[in-house]
Ligand binder design. Sequence first.
Ligand code: GLU
Length: 476
Amino acid sequence: MTVRTRFAPSPTGKPHIGNIRTAIFEYLYAKSKNGEFILRIEDTDRERFIPETIKYIEESLKWLGLTWDNENIVHQSTRLDIYKKYSEKLLEEGKAYKCFCSKERLAELREKQTKEGKAPGYDACCRKLNPEDVEKLEKGGKTSVLRFKIPETPKKVIWEDLVWETVSIRADTQEDFIIMKSDGYPTYNFANVIDDHDMGISHVIRGEEFIPSTPKHILLYLAFGWQHPSFAHLPLIIGKDKKKLSKRHGDTDILDYREEGYLAESMLNFLVLLGWNLGTTQELFSCKELIKYFDIKRVGKAPAVFDLDRLNWINGEKIRAMKVDDLIKEVASFNSNFMKNKDRDLLQRALIVMQTRMVTLKDFTDGSGFFFEDIKYDPRLLIFKKSTQDDSLGGLKNVLELLGQTKEIKSPKDADKIMKKAVASQSLSNGDVFWPVRVALSGQEKSPSPGEIMWALGLAKSKERLETAVKLLENP
Ligand code: GLU
């Protein structure tokens, strides 16, 4: 059997963490079984449809490398004839019926049921209409929807969920649900089943919140005489406070994370751990490894905790593990503007220095300006709090003198040696040398070490900045 999964988002908003986690599991399951991964846009809820979100869905998947296998994306709105045909079949076979109940009646019914402490649901009032009643109502201009008749049997809907094992839900918990709306569009429950069957979907992987709808789907499969696909319902994602994930916890648009400078591979790695683990202590995975190791049997039922600190850790680790040239490519695709007019060698060295401390790509593009641009700072910053103006000046001059005898700074260690020598030769303290050099080179009190910056900037630029600092201190 060919494994075929699908990602079936509703374009009602930009895709969030939860949506994309589903897509990742569908993709990995298909790819780990040499199967296909299909993209289907479920755009049948015309009231909530936001057309431009489709491009965000596509872009998010592309960014993460979740390439779909169907050349043409399936849009449900282009398949209305198909749903119509299948719904008419159910109508003809007496498995569905027209319902003329008004919104007002349904609202009243719900209110009454709630007051009586009953679960709200349709009372099957229109089930008993005979063909003459229907004709009369239609002639009178009444619009209708099509409802599926929940059959007498089976009494229980049972399936073997790949995550939840045997799930059994009483069929009478289900109301006669709508399959076709009065606007000619199918409901999610109906179109979803028709398409999963029509497209040969073997495995439906989606969030736990769809478990209550699954009996509806299975009853439809039974009504058509089709075999239903396997189901896997992924555990809920919750915040550290154990509450359902919300914007407050970071459940924002997935592309926001790209904007913040997270790597696609980190997002994949982080999101797959929201429900899956390898069963070892390994937490960092490449995409290839995920495809190799992914096993749906290792998806747990317990809610998965969304922990931003973990994402930050993963991203930092991935950044550190990268070759500097690959990291440059990532920075360039993250912010192409930043790359303009930058010396490649300096860029490389600055990145090597920053790589050990970055959490996101933004840490580099926002925090490395001093390598490339002229710096400005308050000259008082040049004096370490335990030092004096004279000693700081002495320290700077000393380093400058030593740099004058140097041909090249080969490494940060090389630069450190020079500064240590400057400390020793005039019995200064470390703070009299390292501190003013750091400020002179970076304009900041918190930065990578002065030795690293000196190496990255190179001899000429370092000298220039130290000379400026000396002048600033001499004529404050
Ligand atoms: N359109 C549904 C959603 O956006 C699909 C659910 C499913 O995978 O069946 O969540």
